[in-house]
Design a protein around this ligand. Sequence first.
Ligand SMILES: [Zn+2]
Length: 412
Amino acid sequence: MSGSHLSTSSVPGSSVPGSSGPGSSGPGSSGPGLPQPLFRLGDAGPAVAEIQGKLARLGLLASPMEASVPDLSARFDDACDRAVRSFQQQRGLSVDGVVGPATYRALDEARWRLGDRILAFSVTHPLIGDDVAALQRRLLELGFAAGRVDGVLGADTERAVRDFQRNVGLRPDGTCGPSTFKALDRLARTVVGGRAGDLRESEGLRAAGPRLPGKVVVIDPGHGGDDPGQEGHGLRESVLVHDLATRVEGRLTATGVAAYLTRGAEGYLDNAERAGFANSTNADVVISLHVDGSPSHRPNGVAAYYFGAGGDGRSAAGERFAGLVQREIVARTDLLDGRTHPKTWDLLRYTRMPAVHLELGYVTNPGDAARLASPEFRDVVAEAIVVSVQRLYLPDELDSPTGVLQLSHLTV
Ligand SMILES: [Zn+2]
């Protein structure tokens, strides 16, 4: 829904300017100063009134009386607790009903709608908010390289604004004022009308068109931070999958795809937060990278997982994507085919686009570990993944048999 939480320091390794510390919510954008906000059920006072006002503006809480003087009697009641939790859920924040620094910052950023304020680039105090995320999303939809949808007005976004202004015959000053908003609004609606409405459906994939440039792919290296994942034969899952993610990212970028990693080399997010990240970028697909492990050295092979709860609760496009990736990897490597399986894991469930979770061999198996230790092998796997992203969008008549499509064919 929004990229606001991407700008918080909870995305370690991201190179978002002002991602922590002073200026993170822009000068003067946080209303009354609250150095260490921490509010929960039972609290009362003017700060609670302010939080309720923000929730009300987001439509999550019945509107309190517009108080022009600080309302000392505002109470953080059950309704407020529910509203905070549903806000946290929407934003991929930890859902605890407590307005701590991350939730407070996200609430502050969420109040901005595109057009509410002039958007101009500042090196020292970058503007942050949902309006910036909306601007970035529209620019990306229109094919301008606005960088990641992180809600932070950085140099990439400013450059994309200038390109856009030049394209529509406006003065390319990089500042979004009324005339730029008007042009964005007019063009974005045209483009969105032609986009896939429901990417969970295979028809939506067709509607998205076969071309990779302009598509957005989120690559999720599993684990990280204090969570190493599986370990064996001198390999650590969190490190291995991050390496693999950068190989996939490089290849996708070369084909014109906007590729984003959910975490840096050191960072950690829980899986709901990773899904929230993907949703906030409006990604076309999400690929979560893992390797498996077992107390026994025998289990080996690759498996792909997609969202499915049995019965009709499944992602058809996710299933198709998982099948494509699985077949490409099996065709290009000698990993054992562990097939595809439906799961309701958080990342698969909370993402709004086709998502696949890959378990790329067992680090506890000597054969798989030797393969995974080889950079050439990891290149082959990365290539298989990128080819399957392309195949996901190719109509049947343009598709190639498994294992033969080359990356050089995809490069724009
Ligand atoms: Zn894992």
